[in-house]
Design a protein around this ligand. Structure first.
Ligand code: ZN
Length: 140
């Protein structure tokens, strides 16, 4: 299934349904292990550190720092032709886990490693919103 621009739409699974429901509500949710306290993303049915099964969903602050990024100048498919250049980045959430995302809200050449960013949501459908990050407006 694709959205109106031809981009593949994520399909929630047993592991990821609470995550996508959070995104729908514009809340970035990650998991925290009740046994060892580790935060994790992407979603799993168990803790990736201690393999305990008592993982809960918590709301992340939505703040992160840029770990690595690349500027995409050649669209990967026609669906992205109108968006180049855009930034694909690896960001580290304040809680620790890292996630792949897009940096928006600034020119690609303004993105820097270590830059503080905050989550924003791009509503693709009534049920699927995609988390992206923009330069943070406030200093922590
Ligand atoms: Zn654990």
């Amino acid at each position: 299934m694709t959205n109106s621009q031809g981009k593949p739409i994520p399909v929630p699974t047993l592991e990821t349904a609470p995550y996508w429901e959070g995104c729908r509500q514009h809340q970035l949710r990650i998991q925290r292990c009740n046994d060892c306290g580790q935060y994790q993303f992407f979603p799993r049915l168990y803790c990736s550190k201690c393999f305990g099964e008592r993982v809960d969903w918590v709301n992340a602050t939505g703040r992160a720092s840029v770990v690595s990024f690349t500027v995409v100048r050649r669209p990967v498919s026609p669906a992205y032709a109108n968006e180049v250049p855009y930034v694909v980045a690896l960001v580290r959430l304040e809680e620790g886990p890292q996630m792949m995302t897009n940096i928006i809200g600034c020119a690609p050449e303004e993105v820097k490693i270590g830059m503080i960013v905050e989550v924003v949501f791009d509503d693709w459908t009534e049920t699927i919103s995609i988390p992206k990050f923009r330069p943070a407006e406030t200093v922590p």
